[in-house]
Design a protein around this ligand. Structure first.
Ligand SMILES: Cc1ncc(C[n+]2csc(CCOP(=O)(O)OP(=O)(O)O)c2C)c(N)n1
Ligand SMILES: [Mg+2]
Length: 355
């Protein structure tokens, strides 16, 4: 039977800085901007310090469950730095790097994870969405936000971040499909940290890349080294520009690695050993950018010490403010859910009284 190929595709991977910090030219112009590189570096150092403090607070009973982004700091840092203030971020539960980068305060983040809903009422990026804990459920919301921008002829883009596991869900495929059909100003960014709790990427999907899932929806998909903040900023920035100027959506798969537990409720030693995890420490984003900057003569021991000290001071002061914030009454958990509470919840609220 005569046959002919009717569709061909390939998936590109972008990396500008090798795991050892070596430059892989040609680099984007901003890679020579020492001030910008220092800002990205300090942002990642801050997120790492913040994560460590949040885990310590949880361990001592002063914070709820927390999902550290250890090893994945470049994904959100690079993405947020490429966004414009008027764009809208729709984050998952592991996206503190992106949220802090957008201007959500460390105090707001701590309040949220401490169970205080005021933590989602950001003073900064008012139209950014709150954290989505239900996996992938915010991707259709992101398509909706992008559709609103398109209908209103606003030059704004929705950026949605989610995990490798989320790409197995119907919500993802449905949003992807509509993004293609409606050519939405939407950037979908996968933080492929290789794990969905205990499920490794190898058993998550038989697809060779997660990026290629975009092809079926008629939109471009690509991979980026998610441990290379320069590459993330560049590729997300290009996708945002394209979406902003009517070029439609992009799916970007950022390849990184979850160096820590899934959350504070998890003990990853039960399903993966040190021999599996430790090689990935050689690829992590902070040391990589530091090596790169040192090689360019753009970093020094003094700057390193200042970055670490400034992060520690800022994290400590956010923690103190958080611990000094009076607890909300338990009944406040019912506020802001419905304009009018359904009867079941109304009676639960009455039962709690002012507690
Ligand atoms: C709809 C839904 N199902 C199950 C869960 C429980 N859960 C929380 S995180 C997670 C795995 C998510 O993996 P991935 O999308 O790769 O994100 P990661 O945690 O690695 O950042 C699961 C199953 C949930 N939060 N929401
Ligand atoms: Mg994952």
């Amino acid at each position: 039977m005569p046959t002919e190929p009717v569709a061909r595709f390939q998936i590109e991977l972008t990396r500008f800085v090798a795991a050892d910090g070596a430059a892989l030219p040609p680099l984007p112009d901003f890679a020579t901007d020492e001030k910008l590189l220092a800002t990205l570096y300090r942002a990642m150092v801050f997120v790492r310090a913040f994560d460590a403090k949040a885990v310590a607070l949880q361990r001592t009973g002063r914070l709820g469950t927390y999902a550290s982004s250890l090893g994945q700091e470049a994904v959100g840092t690079g993405a947020a730095s490429a966004m414009r203030p008027e764009d809208v971020l729709l984050p998952s539960f592991r996206d503190q790097a992106a949220m802090l980068g957008r201007g959500v305060t460390p105090l707001e983040m701590l309040l949220y994870w401490g169970g205080d809903e005021r933590g989602s009422d950001f003073a900064g990026p008012r139209q950014d969405f709150p954290i989505s804990v239900p996996v992938a459920s915010h991707i259709p919301h992101a398509a909706g936000v992008a559709l609103a921008f398109k209908l209103r002829h606003e030059k704004r883009v929705a950026l949605c971040i989610f995990g490798d596991g989320a790409t197995s869900k119907g919500d993802f495929y449905e949003a992807l499909n509509m993004a293609g059909v409606w050519q939405l100003p939407l950037v979908m960014l996968i933080n492929n940290n290789q794990w969905a709790i205990s499920v490794p990427r190898s058993t998550q999907s038989a697809a060779q890349t997660l990026a290629q899932k975009a092809i079926a929806a008629g939109i471009p998909g690509e991979q980026v080294d998610g441990n290379d903040v320069i590459a993330v900023r560049d590729r997300v920035g290009k996708a945002l520009d394209k979406a902003r100027t009517g070029g439609g959506p992009t799916l970007i798969e950022a390849l990184t690695y979850r160096l820590g537990d899934h959350t504070t409720s998890d003990d990853a030693r039960r399903y993966r050993d040190d021999a599996t995890v430790s090689p990935h420490w050689h690829e992590e984003p902070i040391a990589r950018l530091r090596q790169f900057m040192l090689a360019q003569g753009a970093w020094s021991r003094e700057r390193e010490e200042a970055a670490l000290a400034d992060a520690a001071t800022a994290v400590d002061s956010a923690m103190e403010e958080y611990l000094a914030t009076p607890k909300r009454p338990a009944a406040s958990m019912f506020d802001h859910l419905f304009a009018t509470l359904p009867p079941g919840q109304a009676s639960q609220r009455t039962e709690l009284g002012d507690a």
